[in-house]
Structures are given as C-alpha cells and as structure tokens.
Design a protein around this ligand. Structure first.
Ligand code: NAD
Length: 399
C-alpha cells in the first residue's frame, strides 16, 4: 500500500477544516468517504472536496465500516461514544486516527487497547501539542536532568467555548446559551453534559511526554453545576485534578470552558524540579521563563520558546496549532504504511485519556483518590484480553 484511503467521520469545523485540508494536501492520503448523521452538513462538506467523484457520502457509521474502499477512519466526532466508535472501527479492520480526547469511559479505553492488540491495526490519538517546539525543549531539559527531580508539573486549558453546547440536530446550527430560550429546536450537545476535566489531552499528552512518565493516581474537585457564568449550562465553570506519577511528580491540571477567558493563549504549563523550573508565558506579549538553580541566575529569565519548531519541515508550516497539526497526520501515515513505528502508541494514548476520565469519576465520588490502570500487557493481562474484572474498577487506596 502506498496510499491510505481515508474516511472522515464527523463533519464539524475540525473535520471539514484542518482534516480535509491536510488529508487532501499530504502525499500518502486519499479521501474516499465522509460521514455525519446530520445530513444538512453534507452539502457544506462536499464543496470542500477536491475530488468529489472519489468520495462516498454516508449518514450511517456502519456503512463507512462496511466500505471496502476505506482503509482508515479519521474520527472527528464530538460525542460520548467517541471511544466506542474507535473500537468498532478497529474491530472492523480499519486503522483509526482519532481526535482528542479519545474516550469518555474506562471501558472504551480497554476496548480500544484490546482491539489494537487483537487486530494489529494502527490506533493514534491525534494529539498534536506534544509536537510543539517548547515541549520538545522542555523534554530535553528534563531528560538531561537540568531541572533535577521534577516535583510539580502544572497544566491548564481555559478555553471559553459556550457556543457549542446547543445545536439543532436537523440543520447542525449551534446556538449560544442566551439564544436557547427563543429556539426550542436547540438541543443540548455532548459538551453540555461532558465533565470539562475530560478534556485534558492537550495538558496530559505534552506534559507526560516532557516527563516521560505516566499517571498512577488521581483526585479532583469541581465547582458546582450549573455554571455561574452561564446558568443555562450544566457544565461547571472549573474542574481541577491532582495527579501522582510513577516517577513521583505531582501534576495539577485545570480545565474550564464555560467561563470567559481571553481568546488566545488558552494553555499554560509549568514544570518545577529540584534544580530549576520552566514556565509558559502568561499573556501573548509575555515570554516563557527558565530558571536554573546552579547557573548563577538570580531570577527567572525570558526564553523565546514558541509553539512552532525551529526544525519544522516546509509542509508543516501553517498546518494549524503552531504547525503541530501536520505531525499527527505524518506520524499516522508513516505508521500505517509501515515506514515508521508509531511514537505515540495506544498505551500512551490511554495514559492521556484515562486519568482525565477518572478525574471526573473522582469528583462524582466526592473527591475520592482513584488508581489509574496501566494499559500495557502483563502477566495478569495478556495482550488482547480484557482485565479480569472487565475493567480495572477504580477503588480508593485502602478502601
Ligand atoms: N486537536 C485539536 O486541537 C482539536 C481542535 C478542535 C476540535 N477537536 C476535536 O475534534 C472533534 C470535532 O470537533 P468539532 O469542533 O468539529 O465538533 P462539532 O461538534 O462541530 O462536529 C462534530 C460532528 O460529529 C458528528 N457526529 C457526532 N456523533 C457522530 C457519529 N456517531 N457518527 C458520525 N458523526 C457524528 C456531529 O454530528 C458533528 O457534526 C472533537 O472530538 C474535538 O474534541 C480537536
């Protein structure tokens, strides 16, 4: 195979924007199917296709999975069943490149892992921020021991995003919270119900890459539901998780999408160790910071680290999210075509998804401390088999 025949499933702005653009531009890909249950969105999607004659347009996901002209599924859906849809595709023999946040239940995480193990198909979580330039620089600093033993790592994603919480299922039109009272056709979407802390892939993926680590336990808290900022929304304004890693670092991760935030610089990160620290910029006009305990530095210094990498190939430029969107498409293509093993494998993908799901479960259980399963095969769980109890049900330490 020298070309992957792709289906894009989920024809919202992400699927028809970045994904259509890159899959139609990059060598090694051919777009052969698109799918969305909202038929009204098909027309808007079709006009963005370069070779309409090659593309089947589906309403039903099952039809995509049954299409022999589809080798791989790009899952750009936003729904509770996102993880189950990925597993279903793998079980049908398709490779999967799935948008964040991968899954919304631990059962679906296990189903994805075991499907990959049984079928040998490629599953990639298309989390792109791990490719950012400053993330690579911070990983090197940690790997070289320049920061000492990392004791604290912080990440937050404050993206004011209330306008995707209601949608007309016939037309696909979204409604802002203040419009809902006048529009009975506006129905709550998954983001209306989703615990905000589920959306930590852009924090956990890059920071676990920097630390070369995995989370072993989680506890979390939430402000109340409904939102203070928009009482029409069930989503709490703020959820915060504390996590412990295998290498004994503490992570503090926060997520908010209902309360206002400047329309830029949504992410903020900090890594603190026994010999130094690095910090992302607080505002667009600011610069990231570095301090090393053994370098005669009296204060934090500004460093011109950016999202964009200095070593980006020309085809990455302008691909989206500080050039990072290119990398997930290149990595998936090379893995499916057998040119390069997948760096961010299914186990690391679940290391990213599961702690966020369990943070919400911790909140639901009154901020109970919960263990995070290791999804890698072991003597207790041979590859391809589910864990003995169907899932590793979280239990509080000592309970
Ligand atoms: N990596 C990033 O930086 C980034 C940026 C934006 C969005 N995203 C992710 O991309 C995905 C899509 O985001 P969006 O803003 O386009 O969302 P959206 O809500 O605008 O579009 C999602 C589409 O999926 C469709 N869908 C839902 N369930 C489906 C199913 N079972 N089968 C087929 N289609 C189904 C919906 O009808 C909708 O049209 C989400 O998972 C989101 O988290 C990632």
């Amino acid at each position: 195979m020298d070309e992957i025949r792709m289906a894009v499933v989920g024809l919202g702005s992400r699927g028809t924007g970045t994904w259509f653009t890159l899959l139609q531009r990059m060598a090694g890909y051919r777009l052969t199917a698109i799918c969305d249950p909202i038929v009204a969105l098909h027309e808007r999607a079709v006009v963005r296709l370069h070779h309409l004659e090659e593309v089947r347009v589906y309403r039903r996901y099952e039809d995509v999975l049954a299409d022999p002209n589809v080798d791989a599924v790009a899952l750009t859906v936003r729904c509770r069943e996102q993880g189950a849809l990925a597993a279903q595709a793998l079980e049908a023999g398709k490779h999967v490149n799935a948008e964040v946040p991968a899954a919304h239940t631990i059962e679906d995480c296990w189903r994805i892992v075991t499907a990959v193990e049984r079928t040998g198909r490629v599953y990639q979580l298309a989390e792109q921020t791990r490719y950012w330039g400053f993330v690579e620089a911070w990983r090197q600093l940690v790997a070289e021991g320049r920061l000492g033993h990392v004791t604290l790592c912080e990440g937050q994603y404050f993206h004011y995003y209330p306008n995707h919480s209601f949608q007309d299922p016939q037309t696909g039109r979204f409604f802002a919270p203040h419009e809902v009272a006048a529009h009975p056709e506006a129905k709550p979407t998954w983001p209306y119900f989703m615990p905000p802390i589920h959306y930590l892939p852009h924090e956990l993926s890059p920071m676990l890459y920097v630390l070369n680590d995995r989370v072993v336990e989680v506890v979390a808290m939430s402000t109340r539901s409904p939102s203070y900022a928009h009482p029409e929304l069930a989503q709490p304004d703020m959820q915060v998780a504390l996590m412990k890693t295998e290498k004994d670092a503490i992570l503090r991760l926060a997520k908010s999408s209902a309360q206002p935030h400047p329309h830029q610089n949504y992410h903020w990160y900090q890594v603190v160790g026994t010999r130094g620290r690095v910090e992302w910029k607080r505002a667009a006009r600011d610069l990231p910071k570095l301090w090393l305990a053994d370098a005669q530095m009296h204060d934090l210094a500004d460093v011109d680290w950016r999202y964009e990498r200095t070593d980006a190939p020309p085809e990455a430029r302008g691909s989206g999210h500080g050039d990072a969107d290119y990398y997930v498409q290149a990595a998936f293509r090379d893995a499916v075509l057998g040119q390069r093993p997948l760096v961010f494998d299914v186990y690391q993908a679940m290391d990213t998804a599961a702690p966020a799901i369990l943070a919400a479960e911790s909140i639901a259980q009154g901020s109970r401390l919960l263990p995070v399963p290791d999804f890698r095969p072991s003597a207790a769980r041979p590859a391809g088999q589910l864990p003995r109890h169907g899932r590793e049900s979280p239990s509080a330490r000592g309970a």
